[in-house]
Design a protein around this ligand. Structure first.
Ligand SMILES: [Zn+2]
Ligand SMILES: [Zn+2]
Length: 375
């Protein structure tokens, strides 16, 4: 087992601050960029490894309990083996993320695109196919995405020599240190487009409108997003395309209201039909369906037609169609009609109704509310 306390030259009860200070002192002395001594690099690795363990409260605790992350030969990330550079050390001190090395790639994944689409309720019930026109970036067909005029290629950046980064020397508490930053001449790519494609100006993609046939699954609702993988914007430099999202908006229907996957509608019934009962023909999305009106139907009474609602988006089957009775009291009665109704009232003993108070919440809205509560 390695003795990391000895490697850093600190006591076993050293504070985190003492460990950090010891490491700084040794790193400054031993770093290969500074110290050309024969075994300096080996010592530097050992010191770095010790600090990786003792500088981390969790790893130090495990180590104190007898677990050495490097003893099994596994370099547990961080300073594993070759290729130390000063910015690793700087990262250890300043908590910077390990910056990517070498030139950046010119090729980037394209952005996702979002389009909105309006469909009517019938299309939401059964699903449909829509022809859309999408405006997105597509790969440039002249340069096939690399941005160079046909017959030419990328040139090596003269400022950074193709590395994509330039190094500068700075003073710090460690003495002189080298830091790297992306080359400004080539934006870190390490290469330049010497003859930009005349079609796309070197971007590798062009904007265009293109038709797209979209299969809208049955059951979509306002706010549903349909994802089309790889149909979004093509990336720059011949990068892969992002995804296209189509957001659906279902238009309000003049007679049918959607609640979840159920449809609701209202049927106007003359008072006489509601009282005597009858059969009416109901125009549903599935065509005409007979609906039996029970004798004595009250305003707000509902009838459920199973399976005539919206198709479930996931899974199979459909919601129901719920018909609400809207009993119409006759108006503008003729003299003869009034006479008949008066006669009826006498027969039913209703000439002087007592005006009994009714319980609340049993009107049309109340019934609707009960239906949603499953009452
Ligand atoms: Zn091009
Ligand atoms: Zn450059």
């Amino acid at each position: 087992m390695n003795d990391y306390y000895a490697d850093l030259g600190v006591a076993r009860d050293a504070s985190a601050e003492e460990i950090k200070r010891a490491y700084r002192r040794l790193a400054r002395k031993l770093h290969p960029d500074v110290n050309q001594g024969a075994d300096a690099e080996e010592q530097f690795k050992r010191v770095s490894r010790a600090y990786e363990v003792l500088g981390d409260a969790d790893k130090r605790h495990s180590y104190d309990l007898g677990v050495d992350p490097f003893a099994t030969g596994g370099g547990a990330g961080g300073f594993g083996g070759q290729g130390f550079s000063f910015s690793d050390v700087m990262d250890a001190f300043f908590g910077g993320g390990a910056a990517a090395r070498g030139p950046r790639s010119r090729s980037h994944r394209g952005q996702d695109a979002l389009v909105r689409m309006q469909i009517d309720l019938a299309d939401a019930v059964f699903g449909c196919e829509e022809e859309l026109t999408i405006e997105t970036a597509v790969r440039c067909s002249t340069c096939h995405g690399d941005g160079c005029q046909p017959g030419t290629g990328l040139g090596t950046c003269v400022l950074c020599g193709g590395r994509g980064e330039v190094q500068t020397v700075q003073r710090s508490f460690l003495g002189q240190v080298m830091t790297s930053r992306p080359c400004q001449a080539c934006h870190g790519y390490g290469s330049t487009i010497t003859h930009p494609c005349f079609e796309c100006s070197g971007e590798g993609r062009v904007r265009t409108r293109r038709p797209l046939t979209l299969k809208v699954p049955a059951g979509v609702d306002t706010g549903t997003r349909i994802q089309l993988a790889g149909e979004g914007e093509v990336g720059t430099g011949g990068g892969p395309a992002g995804d296209l999202y189509v957001e659906v908006r279902v238009e309000a229907h003049p007679t049918f209201t959607r609640r979840g996957d159920d449809l609701h509608c209202r049927v106007e019934l003359p008072m006489t039909a509601a009282a005597l009962g009858t059969t009416i023909e109901l125009q549903t999305f599935d065509g005409a369906r007979p609906l039996d009106v029970r004798p004595g139907t009250q305003p707000g009474d509902t009838q459920t037609l199973r399976g005539l609602g919206v198709t479930h988006l996931r899974g199979s089957g459909r919601g129901d169609l719920i018909v609400h009775a809207d009993v119409q009291t006759p108006t503008r009665l003729t003299e003869a009609q009034q006479e008949l109704l008066r006669e009826l009232a006498v027969l039913r003993g209703e000439e002087r109704p007592e005006g009994k108070m009714a319980p609340t919440d049993k009107g049309f809205l109340g019934k609707l509310r009960d239906a949603f509560k499953g009452a």
